[in-house]
Ligand binder design. Structure first.
Ligand code: HEC
Ligand code: HEC
Ligand code: HEC
Length: 276
């Protein structure tokens, strides 16, 4: 009797060891590797287990619908006012795509209809009207320097318990007021503040409208609330002290071209360019 009890206990212990051990191995495997190169991944990647309320609020906000403004017939009055043709389809016009989509002309970024590889294969970004993604002004246009592929993995590994500097190292930016001018009041936007009062840009006022997440919290996504968000507000990141430069671009022969030396991320030596 005593022997069989001993045997049972031993078996239980070894089962525990085997399973516990393999559980640890599992966890180690799950720790995602940081990709070598930054690239745009799209807003949909942020939804589904990490930032669902942010995604849902974004879908229903103006930034989640910016691509649609490029379609014929949309906002005809506003277009006429700035001498744009209200009946024209601007959904493949490089200048417009720079500010109305995510990562256009950058690694992993949006590719409009008609895009082809050298071999003639269709490489255009698929668009699902039910699930807005790279075709709109997505998360990465405000949160990242060269696409969120890298810092997404930092977030996944740390589950929100990170310091600003950690994510900055991988391309996250915290110079939000600076980043808005990538588009708003930028010298290339047709919708300048002197055209209409509504194009004037007050960061503090507008910021309040960007993430109207309050009504999207529920039992299923409660666990996604960021615990360290208040602590992070007290930190001052490098990009807040010295904002990143805003990339410079021109449209040449109908193509959008970035000035490589004036990109906030220097892909060659993997460094960031801050304003002096
Ligand atoms: C430099 C960035 C930039 C470029 C380039 C740009 N836009 Fe925009 N666009 C914006 C911003 C920012 C707004 C929002 C302005 C606001 O509400 O203050 C906007 C707003 C709009 C609106 C809505 C205006 C309204 O009052 O309802 C339309 C339509 C539009 N853009 C179409 C276009 C088209 C077509 C092109 C290309 C010819 C284009 N945009 C190029 C940044 C840009
Ligand atoms: C138009 C710019 C813009 C877009 C697009 C945007 N955000 Fe933000 N986001 C901001 C700003 C600005 C803040 C800071 C808000 C504040 O401090 O009140 C912020 C804050 C956040 C925070 C809190 C970060 C922290 O720890 O302090 C999260 C999480 C977030 N955004 C997720 C997202 C996700 C997910 C998307 C896409 C679905 C997205 N954002 C799209 C501008 C943007
Ligand atoms: C990549 C370009 C881009 C960037 C970066 C950007 N926006 Fe916008 N934003 C737009 C476009 C385009 C619209 C026009 C949407 C429309 O008229 O429906 C817009 C519209 C808005 C609106 C809605 C208009 C309103 O006032 O109700 C707010 C608010 C706004 N932006 C705030 C911000 C803030 C704050 C930032 C920086 C944290 C920012 N945006 C960064 C392109 C951009």
């Amino acid at each position: 009797m005593r022997n069989s009890l001993k045997f049972l206990a031993l078996t239980l212990v070894s089962i525990g060891l085997v399973f516990g051990g393999s559980g640890l191995a599992e966890a180690k495997k799950k720790k995602k590797k940081i990709p070598k190169k930054p690239s745009y991944v799209g807003a949909v990647k942020c939804n589904g287990s990490c930032h669902d309320p942010y995604y849902q609020a974004w879908v229903n906000s103006p930034h989640g619908k910016t691509f649609d403004l490029l379609k014929p017939g949309e906002r005809a009055e506003a277009k006429k006012r700035v001498k744009l043709d209200p009946d024209k389809d601007y959904t493949t016009t490089p200048l417009c795509l720079r500010c109305h989509t995510t990562g256009y002309k950058q690694r992993g970024g949006f590719k409009p209809a008609g895009s082809k590889s050298k071999k003639g294969k269709d490489t255009s970004t698929p668009i699902d009207p039910e699930e807005p993604n790279k075709e709109q002004v997505g998360c990465e246009m405000c949160h990242s320097v060269a696409g969120g592929a890298q810092f997404r993995i930092v977030m996944k590994n740390t589950k929100g318990d990170f310091k600003k500097a950690e994510t900055e190292k991988y391309g996250q930016r915290w110079d939000y007021s600076n980043v808005c001018t990538r588009c708003h009041t930028h010298k290339r936007t047709p919708f300048q503040p002197d055209v209409h009062d509504k194009y004037k840009f007050n960061f503090e006022e507008r910021k309040k409208k960007v993430h109207q997440i309050d009504k999207y919290w529920n039992e299923d996504n409660e666990d996604q609330k960021l615990e360290k968000i208040k602590d992070r507000k007290k930190e001052e990141a490098q990009s807040e002290k010295t904002p990143l430069i805003i990339e410079d671009f021109i449209v040449k022969k109908g193509k959008l071209r970035f000035n490589k030396k004036k990109m906030p991320y220097n892909a060659k030596d993997k460094s960031f360019r801050y304003k002096k």
